[in-house]
Design a binder for this molecule. Structure first.
Ligand code: HEM
Length: 422
């Protein structure tokens, strides 16, 4: 890694996967925050992307995130998928341009359409409504641990693969109306459509396209089953939803469903598993949790600050502008690195210290604020709180039982495996 003090920062391409082998390259981000808080990474081999700006300080991430008029989610999408997918890897039979699909989801839309679409489901995700799911979440966590122990009676389980992937898949699956037996499918689709930088998960991009097609088919079967008789689930709600007097198109319903599935799945498992690993690795912090000196809500908040599930989200400048004095041209891509904002010393005391006792913890793990703030934050907080409580109750002596491995990604900040003994 070429990050030692003195390395010319202009030579650093933050999207270079080799920087991310051991997780987010915090020492690089530290240098960027201090020396070049708005940093240009040039890219080669991407016909429509010359490079991108990285915004690394808490303050500028917040201001870019809030200014949706200057920094659009819709123009270029929120993911650097276009940029990290060289043109020659897009299969000929790909069902259209990636951006076209992305823009059907509210995460890649600007107001006013974004706000109208978000309002359709916002009620189902308020912290108060999320509480309605508490008993079900507790039941799911226990079911998942029981299943894991049935598969591994010796108590040697993988916190990610045996537990982590299933809890959020079943929670969001229940809300969407997908049967629990289909949890494996939801997990598989989530992996194949997000972990495209890791060849162990996605062979090539046609895997991702194939998964998207499967999701569409699956959602459409659910929709058809509700054609006759509505259920108390989000699929039925999407079917009846109207924006400006018009029903959602088939594509919009499928992509909305897909967004809720992926966003609800991937992030929550990533955050919980990484957070729990931090506790297993730090007996002092674990003791604070077990003794109740740090409350579960507080602990979960530190999980999200210390291990934000999404390393960045992207925006595109709608006009010539500047960020912290750095001119940005219309059409330039801007990545807000939440992994960096959450370690900014101007926002957090001792930011690299995992500290479950933090009281002031206004982090950017659920986004930098503004219109795109995470829809599922209330649900995720509740889910991780219950998950934490049940894990501590059932397995107070859980121990790390081998070397965890990371997923290769500059976007998904997560472990692939965390072997534990319970
Ligand atoms: C620990 C768990 C989670 C983390 C860390 C997380 C993180 C985020 C972040 C950073 C964003 C901001 C996107 C942007 O800036 O463009 C976001 C948006 C979003 N999240 Fe979450 N999320 C989590 C759980 C969930 C859950 C459980 C759901 C449930 C469905 C969900 C649904 C969404 C949706 C729909 C958006 C788009 C909101 C918009 O564009 O207005 N998330 N999330």
């Amino acid at each position: 890694m070429t990050t030692s003090a003195g390395t010319d920062l202009s030579q650093i391409d933050i999207s270079d996967l080799s920087l991310w082998d051991d997780g987010p390259p915090h020492e690089v981000f530290e240098r960027l925050r201090n020396e070049q808080p708005v940093h240009w990474s040039p890219l080669e081999g991407f016909a429509h992307e010359a490079g991108f700006w990285s915004v690394t300080r808490f303050e500028e991430i917040a201001s870019v995130g809030r200014d949706f008029e200057t920094f659009s989610s819709e123009m270029g999408g929120i993911l650097a998928v276009n940029q990290f997918m060289p043109d020659d890897q897009i299969p000929d039979d790909a069902p259209g341009e990636p951006l076209y699909f992305m823009r059907m989801m509210l995460i890649a839309q600007d107001p006013p359409r974004h706000d109208r679409l978000k309002a359709l489901v916002q009620k189902a995700f308020t912290p108060k409504r999320s509480l309605d799911h508490a008993d079900r979440i507790r039941e799911i966590v226990n079911l998942v641990y029981d299943n894991a122990l049935q598969r591994h009676p010796d108590g040697k389980i993988d916190l990610v693969q045996d537990v982590g992937v299933y809890v959020p898949a079943m929670v969001i699956g229940d809300m969407l109306g997908a049967p629990r037996e289909d949890a494996d499918k939801l997990v598989d689709w989530t992996n194949r459509t997000t972990a495209f930088e890791d060849p162990r998960v996605v062979g090539d991009m046609s895997d991702t396209w194939e998964a998207l097609k499967e999701v569409f088919e699956y959602v459409w079967n659910l929709v058809e089953a509700r054609g006759e008789e509505r259920q108390d689930d989000l699929t039925s709600a999407l079917l009846d939803a109207e924006v400006d007097g018009e029903k959602l198109t088939a594509g919009e319903i499928c992509m909305f469903w897909f967004l809720l599935m992926v966003a609800g799945n991937d992030s929550t498992r990533a955050t919980f598993c990484s957070g729990y690993l931090s506790l297993l690795e730090d007996p002092e912090q674990m003791e604070l949790v077990k003794s109740g000196a740090a409350g579960p809500e507080q602990v979960v908040e530190e999980f999200v600050r210390f291990h934000p599930a999404f390393a960045y989200m992207r925006r595109t400048a709608t006009k010539d502008t500047e960020i912290a004095g750095q001119p940005i041209a219309e059409g330039d891509k801007v990545l807000m690195w939440y992994v960096s904002g959450n370690r900014d010393a101007s926002a957090f005391d001792n930011p690299h210290h995992f500290d479950v006792g933090r009281t002031l913890n206004e982090h950017q793990g659920f986004g930098g604020g503004g219109r795109h703030f995470c829809l599922g934050a209330g649900l995720a907080r509740l889910e991780m709180k219950i998950w934490l409580e049940e894990t501590l109750r059932r397995f107070p002596e859980m121990k790390l039982d081998g070397e965890p491995t990371r997923l290769s990604s500059t976007f998904l900040n997560q472990y692939r495996t965390i072997p534990v003994a319970v």
